[in-house]
Design a protein around this ligand. Sequence first.
Ligand code: 4IP
Length: 116
Amino acid sequence: KKIILEELLLKKSQQKRKMSPANYKKRLFVLTKTSLSYYEYGRKKGSIEIEKIRCVETVNLEESTPPARQYPFQVSHEIYGLLYVYAPDEERRNKWLAAFEKASRDKFLLKFTVCF
Ligand code: 4IP
């Protein structure tokens, strides 16, 4: 499937299992017209269908956010709720937001918007 954008990014665990502590992992994120997936050493760890995404937006920083997590965006979706992803800088974050816009535009039915 045609890749719109791919990059190694930091992500926060989605707390599917309620008791698991939050942690942060580097994963290869791959965005296509149909899905956002993340991989560890070539193995798929998770995937969200574009159709299930409601919104993609930047996140305001909490005080004393570590340097590695200065450029977050959140993917709000119908499965587990929220996926937090951290870009390395402002430029890369804007790239991702633009890529999500493209993914949503390409669809016949626009089910989500990128809200800034
Ligand atoms: C895991 O921690 C990883 O962060 C998982 O991310 C994450 O799954 C798990 O959260 C979390 O418990 P450990 O590796 O220390 O077990 P990944 O799948 O990228 O490895 P998600 O997909 O939810 O971020 P849970 O609570 O959602 O299972």
